[in-house]
Design a protein around this ligand. Structure first.
Ligand code: XIL
Length: 451
């Protein structure tokens, strides 16, 4: 008997996705195709169990079918990539990059400068500013350099803002306590120098609580303004969005923050979404609860598709069988697939949201490749370039520009204005520097050797 098209597609989808009776769309569409048509990225982490080869085959099958963005749950963090000083371990990260290449996915790198999951050898340098600057710089140069061109976007700094008073995290962060605020600025400058094409994000939780007075989001916004004014090469903010089912107003907070960031030309990404129920409630959850969860997921997707400067929608896990919520957060059942890899109503809700936002109406913050087979990087600012001849730095693409020089530890050495497209640097001592050139909305950061 010949099956009609929709029946056969459903049958295929059901095998592939473990579609259950509550899913009507699972067989028809994939999140990644719908996202790609709209010039957007949708992702889920690769859990640590995947890296160790200790996960059910359904995981990868669903992951590569549904997502076009990938992030490592733990394997690109500082303690994973530089467990001992100067000894780098790229094995797991390379495995992910390879997987992404095979499956046409974009890689997010998570995370370079974070107070958590840093090895003891780093914490042992607490109080030694010069040393820690050098440690951070070496780490960023090496890790970003290793994956140059492969990692499209880095969380350069993660969770640097305090919970209580919404200023910098001044306790429990070896970076801030020893180096001060300049660790953030330097980290962005070094990451940009190591891979000028990578997008660079500031990532944090509780930004999605809104822009009220004294809010974390408000503080982050002030920093974005300062960074942009000073030519610090930030291109995106990540709002983690680990929330609970009761947080019904959160999607609109995200919308307001996306609009506020648009003023500075900075993209907002949802980077670690999960919507958990209280721990212990799993056995009593019914259809209405999962429908409510789906509704909330859908509202995030609606906002995401309606805001022109949002680029990525990343979920911190795929199946409730493998989630940090149960293990560490006192929450449960926060993801799109249940413990048996059956798609939950939240999956359908995302599909429905995509369909309610036709590709012709969704604006992408990214440049689309000509053949539209892939989404390229963030729209670039106008190009400028610089070359050093003797002691004269010549700039092309701008007649006047702000010039700043930093030593290799990121400390400012010189600041001046180039008129008539050049500046004389004869008073600068011989050595290797990072020069930052700022002209209108264009920025350039590169290394120069003054001889
Ligand atoms: C979590 C991982 O999921 C856990 O496996 C690990 O033990 C701790 O970190 N914010 C972040 C992520 O930026 O790196 C965290 O990931 C979740 C909260």
């Amino acid at each position: 008997m010949k099956l009609n098209r929709s029946v056969s597609r459903f049958a295929l989808g059901a095998v592939l996705l473990g579609a259950s009776a509550w899913n009507t769309f699972a067989a028809e569409e994939t999140l990644r195709d719908l996202a790609k048509e709209r010039g957007r990225y949708i992702g889920a982490i690769l859990n640590s169990e995947w890296f160790r080869g200790d996960i059910e085959p359904e995981f990868e099958q669903i992951h590569k079918t549904q997502f076009n963005t990938v992030v490592a749950e733990n394997e690109m963090k500082f303690d994973a990539t530089e467990p001992s000083e100067g000894q780098f371990n790229y094995t797991y990260g390379d495995k992910m990059v390879q997987y992404a290449k095979e499956n046409g996915m974009r890689v997010r790198g998570h995370a370079l400068a974070w107070h958590s999951q840093v090895p003891n050898w780093v914490n042992n340098y607490k109080g030694q500013k010069e040393k820690l600057l050098q440690v951070l710089k070496t780490h960023i140069d090496s890790v970003v350099g290793h994956w140059k061109g492969d990692v499209a976007e880095w969380d350069v700094v993660n969770e640097a803002v305090n919970d209580g008073d919404h200023t910098w995290r001044d306790q429990g962060s070896v970076w801030f306590e020893t180096i001060g605020e300049e660790f953030l600025d330097s980290a962005f400058v070094w990451a940009h120098a190591a891979d000028p094409d990578a997008e660079l994000c500031y990532n944090d939780y509780a930004i999605e609580w809104g822009l009220g007075q004294g809010s974390k989001a408000g503080f982050v916004l002030e920093q974005v303004k300062r960074w942009k004014e000073n030519g610090i090469p930030i291109t995106c903010v990540g709002t983690q969005t680990h929330i609970e089912i009761a947080h019904e107003t959160t999607p609109e907070n995200v919308r307001a923050f996306a609009k506020a960031l648009a003023e500075y030309g900075v993209t907002l990404n949802i980077t670690e979404l999960d919507i958990g129920f209280p721990n212990g409630s799993a056995s009593s959850l019914g259809a209405a609860d999962y429908a409510k969860q789906g509704h909330l997921y859908r509202q995030f997707m609606d906002v995401f598709l309606e805001e022109p400067n949002m680029g990525e929608f990343v979920i911190w896990g795929l199946t409730d069988a493998h989630s940090w919520l149960d293990a560490q957060q006192g929450k449960t059942q926060g993801l799109l697939w249940d413990k048996q890899y059956k798609p939950k109503p939240a999956f359908d809700s995302l599909i429905v949201s995509f369909k309610a936002h036709p590709a012709s109406e969704v604006v992408t913050p990214y440049k689309l490749d000509k053949d539209t087979t892939s989404i390229a990087r963030h729209v670039e600012s106008p190009r400028i370039s610089a070359s050093l001849v003797g002691r004269t730095l010549s700039i092309s693409g701008a007649s006047s520009a702000k010039i700043e020089l930093f030593d290799m530890q990121g400390r400012p050495v010189f600041s001046g204005k180039a008129e008539s497209s050049s500046i004389n640097l004869s008073n600068i001592a011989e050595g290797l520097y990072v020069v930052r050139i700022h002209a209108g909305s264009a920025n350039l950061i590169q290394r120069i050797a003054i001889k």
